[in-house]
Design a protein around this ligand. Structure first.
Ligand code: AMP
Ligand code: MG
Length: 414
């Protein structure tokens, strides 16, 4: 796990507006896992990121077994009436198939039970009558009916999950089914969250007329948690360089990466970019994206810092578009491209060439609608939305009914 280089966010000189895909490709090549490994029981491994490939120690199913409750015997039977005498034993699920079932006889067998030697076919209980210690039924029944082959699901030695995968509930079932009890995973990524700005007050404060409540911090805490990481609340600092410096130090100590909001552009009060600059490890990424202003990306004491725009809409969009895949890599997971799908537009809109545009959106009645106001200060629109519409970098005229790309929050992993 080599540490991230101090210049890992450097941009080529003379670049003005970086296209979104280029910015993403840069993050993808420059960032890598920064967290150690640990071993946890499978039962506790939900949402954890695998540090190694997992190979099945055992096949699933381990032996051929029956998919139904019924009667087992050897070979299929043709058309017509059949009578097969029953052996005295029966096979419940979990029993060890030792004694062989003699040719020409059948055994009662219950769902999931291994097929004893001498059985390769099972007839459904409902399809037979039992009389005089024999089963009676009408054929045909194919050889192998209602049985499962050993290893038809997973063979011993198969790779069933790869390093970098975030474990789902279904993965826990698969790992457990083949007898994996513990997994080597990545320690959870700790993400520091810091709000900056003189104008901000906290929920229990009295807000003066010019002051606003800190909306980004609870939002970012929620996003980070949804993305599967551990938020570390670094609180709020006023626009004071010494105070900010101390808080960035705290972030570098307590977290693996820090997300700040506010103060990221190049103005006088923009202390985040000024300090990262001073540390000699800052790049102001002017990405051709709306909403979003420059992202200040830098290194502070060897830990990456993402300086997000203060505007809550831009902060959220930048976190989803750039933060989510970047955090994925830092956490040891695979790179994640947002998963969206094409939906008929319930709106009309024209955009110019040169930047990617994201609109707050949701699906109603099979169409995607966008929030009435594009105003980037409108937090109510974020709350109204259930995802984003992504319009491409090129110029575009969207008419009602045209297909546009909708990415639900979950498509970003949030
Ligand atoms: P800045 O990026 O610091 O210039 O801030 C841009 C806009 O976002 C300003 O209107 C700020 O007041 C606002 N803003 C910054 N931080 C927050 C925050 N934590 N919650 C709500 N609004 C914020
Ligand atoms: Mg500010």
């Amino acid at each position: 796990m080599p540490p991230l280089k101090n210049d890992c966010f450097a941009l080529p000189p003379g670049v003005h507006w970086t296209p979104v895909d280029e910015a993403l490709a840069d993050l993808r090549t420059r960032l890598s896992c920064v967290v150690e490994q640990e071993i946890v029981p499978v039962a506790d491994a939900l949402d954890r990121i695998l540090a190694t490939d997992i190979t099945a120690p055992r096949a699933h199913p381990p032996l051929p077994n029956t998919a139904v409750d019924g009667y087992g015997f050897l070979n299929g039977r043709g058309e017509g009436d059949h009578h097969i005498p029953l052996v005295a034993q029966h096979m419940p699920a979990g029993a060890t198939p030792d004694a062989s079932v003699p040719a020409g006889t059948a055994i009662q067998i219950l769902t999931g039970a291994a097929l004893p030697p001498g059985v390769d076919t099972v007839i459904l209980q409902e399809d037979v009558t039992v009389e005089d210690d024999a089963i009676h039924f009408t054929g045909p029944i194919k050889q192998g009916a209602n049985t499962r082959k050993a290893g038809e699901d997973v063979e011993a030695g198969d790779v069933i999950a790869q390093a970098g995968r975030r474990l789902t509930p279904a993965d826990l079932a698969l790992l457990s089914a083949v007898g994996v009890a513990e997994v080597r995973v990545r320690r959870s990524l700790r993400v520091g969250i810091l709000s900056t700005g003189d104008e901000l007050v906290q929920p229990d404060d009295d807000a003066g007329p010019g002051q606003i409540y800190d909306a980004n911090r609870p939002m970012l805490r929620g996003l980070i948690a949804r993305l599967g990481h551990v938020p570390v609340d670094l609180g709020h600092v006023v626009d004071d360089r010494a105070a900010l410096r101390a808080r960035l130090d705290q972030g570098a100590e307590q977290a693996d990466v820090t997300f700040t909001s506010g103060g990221a552009s190049a103005g006088d009060a923009d202390h985040v970019s000024a300090l990262l600059n001073e540390a000699g490890a800052m790049a102001l990424w002017r990405v051709a994206i709306k909403p979003g202003r420059p992202l200040a990306l830098g290194m502070w004491q060897g830990k990456p810092v993402f300086g997000l725009p203060g505007n809550p809409v831009a902060a959220m969009v930048c976190t989803l578009v750039f933060g989510a895949p970047a955090l994925s890599l830092l956490a040891g997971a695979d790179w994640k491209s947002p998963q969206g799908f094409m939906v008929p537009a319930g709106f009309a809109k024209t955009k110019k060439a040169g930047r990617r545009e994201f609109s707050r959106a949701r699906i109603r009645g099979g169409q995607v609608e966008v929030f009435a106001s594009e105003g980037s200060g409108r937090i109510s629109g974020l709350s109204w939305a259930e995802g984003l519409v992504e319009l491409p970098d090129e110029a575009m005229s969207v008419r009602q009914g045209d297909l546009v790309r909708f990415i639900p929050w979950a498509g970003f992993g949030a």
